[in-house]
Design a protein around this ligand. Structure first.
Ligand code: MN
Length: 367
């Protein structure tokens, strides 16, 4: 069996790891272990889920107990498509006793004692000691290893936060999620009501996100950043991806405590193009009011840094023409119908009270 030196120590004494160590980007080898009832469990039983495998020398030491507990707490908050496997060479009886005493429910505790399969195939088996080394391996739902940590000193704790951060980033890249709003849902009243936020953000945007995730399943664009998906898609994929971008951009432009006027370089650029801010507002509002049907009105800058007011229909976004969007107003009826019924002009007139020019300035500066 392969021997790996200089990877881990036990209280400073070097240990030798046996087997094939794994690394990110590789396909996770399958293995068989037994659960705390003695039943055979294979890694492949959890196919389709994100799997956190946390390996420890023995459950009956304080650090190992902490490790199981920490992942247990986190696992219960991560959702249904994530499973945590805690594995050691403890006997199933010991694991069973420990889990019952500790209330460990969200971690599937496994024993590598009978087969030694995990230790060998993942390089966690410690030579001349009947233990596994400590560490964490995360396998994504396609069976690829996205994180692998062999804790250098076996008495230290694993990097819980780093492991979970890796998983979270991976999840975010592969699946879009509704970002929390940077304000309470009733904070934009009286201009935009909590009920509008419930529908516009909570239902319409959520639906675009769900649709996009469904369309990305099995697509070569899965895992790509949102902007790249927008630039390389058409039809339903484009519509949903662009609507996710447009809405996130819109909700992030709004603030209950906005900076009401631009300053500095942005203000100078606006004055250069439209003489003064009031004039710009008038032209922007006129563009938004006159947009036929559903769509968006944008302030954007081109590659030379020149500002433009752009009208876009449906899901269209200035990104596809190479503009940098700076500010937008959503003029789909669903953005205002609850609060203003059919009075789009009134909605546009009042939403200026929520547009945060500090955010727009930052976008203009490329921050
Ligand atoms: Mn909308």
């Amino acid at each position: 069996m392969k021997e790996n030196y200089n990877v881990v120590t036990l209280k400073g004494t070097p240990l030798i790891l046996l087997g094939e160590m794994v690394s990110e980007g590789k396909i996770a080898p399958d293995f068989t272990a037994t659960d705390n009832t003695g039943k055979e469990v294979r890694l492949s039983d959890f196919k389709g889920k994100h799997i956190i495998i946390t390996s420890f020398p023995s459950i009956n030491t304080p650090v190992c107990a902490t490790q199981a507990r920490r992942f247990n707490i986190k696992a219960s908050s991560l959702g249904d498509d994530i499973v945590v496997l805690g594995i050691s060479r403890d006997s199933q009886e010991d694991l069973h006793k420990f889990c019952a005493a500790e209330g460990i429910k969200s971690v599937v505790t496994l024993s590598d004692r009978k087969y030694g399969d995990f230790g060998e195939r993942y390089g966690f088996l410690v030579k001349d000691k009947d233990i596994l080394a400590r560490g964490t391996v995360i396998v994504d739902k396609d069976g690829e290893i996205i994180y692998a940590e062999y804790v250098p000193e076996i008495t230290d704790e694993p990097l819980y936060e780093k492991a979970l951060e890796a998983l979270e980033n991976h999840l975010l890249h592969n699946k879009f999620t509704l970002k929390p709003l940077p304000y309470a849902k009733n904070a934009l009243a009286p201009y935009i009501s909590a009920e509008t936020i419930d529908f516009h953000y909570g239902k319409h945007l959520q639906t675009y996100i769900n649709n996009l995730n469904n369309l990305l399943d099995g697509s070569p664009l899965k895992g790509k950043p949102l902007k790249e998906i927008i630039l390389h898609s058409e039809g339903a994929m484009f519509n949903n991806a662009a609507q996710v971008f447009n809405h996130e951009f819109y909700f992030e432009t709004l603030s209950p405590t906005p900076k009401t006027m631009p300053q500095g370089a942005l203000m100078e650029a606006i004055e250069e193009r439209w003489d003064n801010f009031e004039n710009f507002k008038k032209e922007f509002s006129a563009a938004a009011i006159s947009l036929f049907g559903s769509g968006w009105t944008w302030l954007a800058k081109d590659k030379e840094g020149v500002l433009h007011i752009i009208k876009s229909s449906n899901a269209e976004t200035p990104l596809t023409a190479g503009y940098t969007p700076l500010m937008t107003i959503d003029v789909w009826e669903h953005a205002y119908y609850i609060d203003y019924r059919n009075r789009r002009a009134e909605y546009i007139d009042r939403i200026w009270n929520l547009l945060d020019w500090k955010t727009v300035e930052e976008r203009y500066a490329g921050l």
